[in-house]
Structure formats: structure tokens, C-alpha cells
Design a protein around this ligand. Sequence first.
Ligand SMILES: [Zn+2]
Length: 297
Amino acid sequence: MARMKDHDTLQRFLFDGTDIRGEISTLTSSYRKIIALNNYPTPVALLFGEFLVAASLIGASLKHKGIVTVQATGSGPVTAIMAECTENQGLRGIVRGNFEDLGNEESTNSCNITELLGSATLAITVEPEKGERYQGIVEMVSNELSDCLEHYFQQSAQLLTKIQLAASEKSVSGLLIQQMPLTQSPEQADLDWQHLSTLIDTLKSSEQLQLSHNDQLYRLFHEDNVRTFDAQPISFFCSCSLERTQRALVSLGSEELLKTCKEQGLVLITCQFCDQQYRFDEKAIKAMFTSPTNILH
Ligand SMILES: [Zn+2]
């Protein structure tokens, strides 16, 4: 088997003569760094890796400046898990919960959603810099994140989507194909979709984690006209800003904020990802509510 060559990159592809596009994404060193930093137990690290790579795949569909967030909230040891991706493949993410007691054994290369999240909901938010914010929410109906994501696209966007994710402690990789608006007959589109999604079902986790992107695509689609684009680097960064912090604060209401301000002298928000601090005094809080155009797009 070829050595993994695609460190922290995303590659887009499409199938000539069909209405199907795809992406393949792999995180290695950046993923290892982020899980080591947070000291997540193995099952949590694997699930987090899957969320990060899912955000990378879904973020690749952003056509303009913006952020895609993939997040789940649950009743299990992990209460919240989220990953965000910008239009130029900047990633960040976080996990919340009481999961210190979870074992570190790496029994399989998949992570069980029910064990970690309990009964959970999955939300995907698309936040363009200019334009409407959109959020869709579905129940997490499967133990596999890939199934939950496919269900999400079926339910909230009516987009045929096939996703395969694989995670280990060293790397995470994901492959997505999605139906685009049809230019050919529905019968032909259906045949193409059945053919390509059946091929993806044959892809093993070990292949996703060990083969280069090109080798995976060749292994699956060497008889199909797959056209690849230049690989795009993925980087970890923080997308927090004064504006986003204000937007989050406004939802708490002025009464609550002014009360905190009176008690503590100011409202201090520390970014949970990068420790950046945002300070708001009484004047700044009042300004947020008197000039809502500055906050709401
Ligand atoms: Zn930050």
C-alpha cells in the first residue's frame, strides 16, 4: 500500500458525463495536534476527528466567504461536539462533556454515537458573510456519523449524498459524493448514482486511512471518468470575531447583560477555542441594542 501523502488536504473531483461531484479530505498532523492538546480519550478523539473531516467536506461546498458548522448535542458523556470550516478550509472545533472516565482502548476504527452522545440531534449551520444564515436539524438516527449526515442531506436539503468516514488516532479521512442539479434524464441520473454509491460502499476504512487520495479514487473509479482538481490545503485557525461575539450576546437580551455588567463591572467573553478575550462595558452593551443593523446582517 502506498504511504499516505495527503496531509491536511481536500481534493474536489467530478465525474464527466454525470451530475455528480465529490470531495475527499484527510487530516493528519493538525488533527493529531488538536487531540493531543485537549487530551481527549480515544473514542472521543475519533468522533471529533469524524466531525472535523465532515466539516471540511461540507465546507467545500461554500461558494463565497462563510462558515459551515457541524454540531451535535446529546445526553451522553459527550454533551456537545462541533466542528467549523470556512470557505478556504480553515477548521476549528471543540468537544464538551464529562468523558474523562471513558476508556482509551481503540477497539475499532469507528465510534459509537449512542455510547458517546446518547440520544442526540445533529445541526448543520451555513453562515455566509453576506446573506441569510441557514440551519437544519435532524435526530441522529444511526450510530455512524456518515449515516446521520446522509440522512440530514436527504431530510433538509433533498440532496442525494453519500459519505464515508474513517478515523484512527493518527488520521481521519472522508469521502463525499453529491448529486448536483440534473442536466440529464432522471433515469440516467439514478443509474449513475446507484453505480457510484455502490462502488463507495466497497471502500474500507483501512484504505481510507492508508491510501493517498489519488489511489483511493483510482481504486474506486478507474472505470469511470473521474476528473480531479488541485488539492487544497486545510489549516486550523479560529474564526472568532468581535462581530460574532456580539451576535451571540444579543441573543441573551439586554437586561441579562446589563445585570452581569453591573455585578462584575463588565461582560467578559473568552473564546473557548483560542482564549481571545472580548470585553464589553455598559456603553458597548447599550450600543449593541440601539444599533441592531451593526449586528444583524
Ligand atoms: Zn477564538
